[in-house]
Unconditional design. Structure first.
Length: 212
């Protein structure tokens, strides 16, 4: 126990000067949809049965938020933890057939506030590669359904995040840089009778500032 405490005390002093804590502000455009565990296909829907379509077709949405990156170990803070909060738009579109064989379609549009804690790995240099992985959880802010889709409004969402990108130092920027990332949010919480889960692929751009 005493050794662990000593390591925690000395860790900040052993990090190189380049291992700075940073704040990032980012915004982006994403493609969202719902996924089902297997295939759900009613063509046509059996008589006297409600067969709403699954929202497996993509819709576009916005993302924007801020994050706090703390280097934890490695030369120049190669590894760190990124704590983030973001506004994220999700949803999906679906199409199918009702019990009369008529086309049946709909969309669901949702928004969430999401919180994440991601392990971050980054190469050194003025142009660095960044890799991200970790969990996130979100609370639903809004939900709108049009037509007949299986996905339900209400409740939270949670899952895992994977991402990669680059950070490019600004000339004379005193440690400031521009970040470009591709990020994938995979939901693990079911949202309908089909156990639909959210999916979101987004490209986001932002500025990163050193603090402290």
């Amino acid at each position: 126990m005493h050794r662990i405490v000593l390591v925690l005390i000395l860790l900040p002093t052993t990090l190189p000067a380049a291992a700075q804590t940073t704040v990032g502000v980012r915004a982006g455009l994403g493609s969202a949809k719902m996924a089902v565990p297997g295939t759900v296909d009613f063509a046509p829907c059996p008589p006297e049965t409600d067969c709403p379509s699954s929202a497996t077709d993509p819709v576009r949405g916005l993302t924007f938020g801020a994050d706090f990156d703390i280097p934890i170990f490695g030369p120049g803070g190669v590894f760190g933890l990124r704590f983030g909060a973001a506004y994220v738009e999700k949803g999906g579109a679906g199409s199918g057939y009702d019990a009369k064989g008529e086309p049946d379609s709909g969309t669901i549009s949702t928004s969430y506030v999401q919180f994440s804690m991601l392990l971050r790995a980054r190469t050194s240099g003025p142009q660095s590669v960044v890799i991200l992985f970790g969990p996130w959880a979100g609370a639903q802010l809004s939900c709108e359904k049009e037509g007949d889709v299986a996905a339900n409004c209400g409740g939270g969402d949670a899952g895992v995040t994977m991402g990669a990108g680059v950070e490019i130092a600004l000339p004379g920027g005193a440690g400031r840089s521009v970040g470009i990332e591709g990020i994938y949010y995979r939901g693990l919480t079911g949202h309908s009778q089909y156990d639909e889960t959210t999916r979101l692929v987004a490209v986001q751009v932002g500025f990163v500032f050193p603090v402290g």
